[in-house]
Design a protein around this ligand. Structure first.
Ligand code: GAP
Length: 513
């Protein structure tokens, strides 16, 4: 299936089965804002818990906080967001469509990479086992031509970004002959900077209201509470502070469903370390975070992407990318932010942001490693990675979400085979016993096959079927979502069997496997 079609199917599946709805839909929606439905919210809560527990249970030196969305406006001046949280935008004069200039260039580079990979794949098919991709890459004239073009454009792009040279960004677009995907023309405006923060007023205008911002990241709530947590929790460096919560960005080029939203949720952790030890910790968190993603069992669809342009305050930065239906895309960023943020807050607030290290007998401003992940993007990666269509023996298509069991919105469905002969009563008895431990669903409508399909579509890992034998032998059939295999089990052991399979502990243990 074409990746574009697959993505469309995933979006409509999310809507049809109560995972994600367009916001304010009856008023024709609100751009790049989405609501989570009855199953979406459960999946989202489970992902958040997986992240939270991995941070605060598996690391005894990481604690959590929940800071307010509204913060003193000077915080955003100190952090650099007021002056520099901008996107370079360019308009196509014919389609009147607005684009991010850097994204247009990145997509152009990705297209060249695709061409190179296609040449290599073609040659691999032609030459068979004897094929050496590295040799082909360094000797094939067509590949070399593509590579030279790519390297030249890439070098100009990195320089233009580092120097914030908007004219050069435009010139790269012109020279690379990048066209507007809608109009197909190269009739571009100048490139302009656009600040992404939403502003609002606090207090009444008569009293002289204060202009405040909706936070564009949760991280600053951690930085400004660094000493509160350190002192009240008697924390010793190295230690981390974790937080999850909403963030807001006035994204101009908002698309790709919940990938780029104007209101979204972040899960961030700032890890405070001794100056000089930051690269060691950066590497530690890089490996730990990749292992967290891989434990989800979605296959080999992750890669690191080191930043071309390091922010002026960072001395290392990488993204973890997931292969979405629209290509490899950033899901998480890991940044070594030096002592920039704490120093800035010290400068703007006039309050010392230093830590006294009892082992070293001196005070210093800690360095910070940040792990920053978008909850909605992980949600999308998990849905995209688990969406499956299977053709069954009779020709029927089975659509299922192979969600990691610990994250599935509903853990088990309890289904009486028929709606009579005391089977519904027996099924409800089982439901009432198990619902304290698991999110269960009872369903007696339609044929058993149709009921299985409904559960497959929302990713329920286990269906429990109550049949006539159950009344005699107190055992039921467990039907497994991924294999459709069935197994007989005594009702008395159901809780223990299911718990082992769906518990967060089972998933958390996989991180270190
Ligand atoms: N504190 C660092 C920070 O905010 P970022 O790379 O701008 O860094 C971190 O954002 C993560 O937040 C991204 O990796 C992404 O998963 C998520 N994110 C950023 N903008 C987003 C948006 N408009 N919609 C959904 N998720 C977004």
């Amino acid at each position: 299936m074409a990746q574009e079609d697959l993505f469309k199917k995933i979006i409509s599946h999310c809507k049809e089965y109560g995972f994600v709805f367009p916001s304010s839909e009856i008023y024709d929606g609100l751009g790049a804002v989405y609501d989570y439905g009855q199953y979406g919210v459960e999946l989202k809560n489970n992902i958040r818990k997986y992240w939270w527990d991995s941070m605060t249970l598996l690391n005894e030196n990481v604690v959590g906080i929940d800071s307010a969305i509204f913060m003193h406006p000077t915080i955003w001046k100190a952090s650099g967001h007021v002056d520099a949280f901008n996107d370079p935008l360019i308009d196509n004069k014919d389609s009147k469509k607005r684009y991010r200039a850097d994204v247009l260039i990145e997509e152009h580079l990705a297209r060249i990479d695709d061409k190179i990979n296609k040449e290599i794949e073609k040659a691999a098919r032609r030459f068979g086992d004897a094929f050496d991709p590295e040799q082909f890459r360094s000797t094939n004239p067509r590949v070399q031509e593509y590579q030279m073009k790519r390297d030249a454009t890439h070098a100009r792009f990195v320089k233009a970004l580092n120097e914030a040279d908007l004219d050069e960004l435009r010139q790269i677009i012109i020279d690379a002959e990048i066209v507007c995907p809608l109009s197909g023309t190269r009739n571009w405006t100048e490139v302009r900077q656009f600040n992404l923060m939403f502003a609002t007023d606090m207090g009444s205008t008569a009293d002289g209201a204060m202009k405040i911002y909706l936070r564009p990241e949760t991280a600053q709530g951690i930085f400004v509470n660094f000493l509160n947590v350190q002192k009240s929790g008697r924390m010793k460096i190295p230690f981390g502070i974790a937080q999850t919560g909403k963030a807001f960005r006035n994204e101009i080029v908002a698309r790709q469903f919940i990938f780029r939203m104007r209101e979204f949720e972040q899960m961030e952790m700032q890890f405070f370390v001794r100056p000089g030890e930051e690269i060691e910790w950066f590497n530690h968190w890089k490996a730990t975070r990749l292992a967290w993603h891989k434990a989800l069992g979605l296959g080999d669809r992750y890669r690191f992407h080191d930043h071309d342009k390091l922010a002026h305050y960072a001395n290392a930065a990488t993204d973890i990318e997931f292969e979405m239906p629209f290509g490899f895309k950033e899901v998480e960023g890991i940044h070594s932010r030096t002592d920039f943020d704490l120093n800035q807050h010290e400068k703007y607030s006039g309050k010392k942001m230093q830590y006294f290290d009892p082992e070293q007998g001196q005070s210093y401003t800690p360095y910070v490693i940040e792990t920053s992940i978008g909850l909605d993007r992980v949600f999308l990666s998990i849905i995209a990675g688990s969406y499956t269509e299977e053709i069954l023996d009779g020709g029927e298509t089975r659509t299922l979400l192979k969600l990691p069991p610990a994250l599935a919105p509903v853990k088990l469905a309890i289904l009486p085979l028929v709606k009579k002969d005391g089977l519904p009563e027996k099924a409800e008895e089982i439901l009432h016993a198990l619902r304290f431990d698991f999110r269960c669903q009872y369903d007696e409508k339609d044929s058993i096959g149709k009921r299985y399909r409904r559960q497959d579509a929302i990713g329920t890992p286990y269906c429990i079927t109550v049949d006539h034998d159950t009344l005699n032998d107190n055992s039921v059939t467990i039907r497994f979502r991924d294999t459709m295999c069935q197994e007989r089990a005594p009702i008395a052991r159901l809780g223990e069997i299911i718990a082992e399979k769906v518990s967060m502990k089972t998933l958390l243990k996989k991180i270190n496997d």
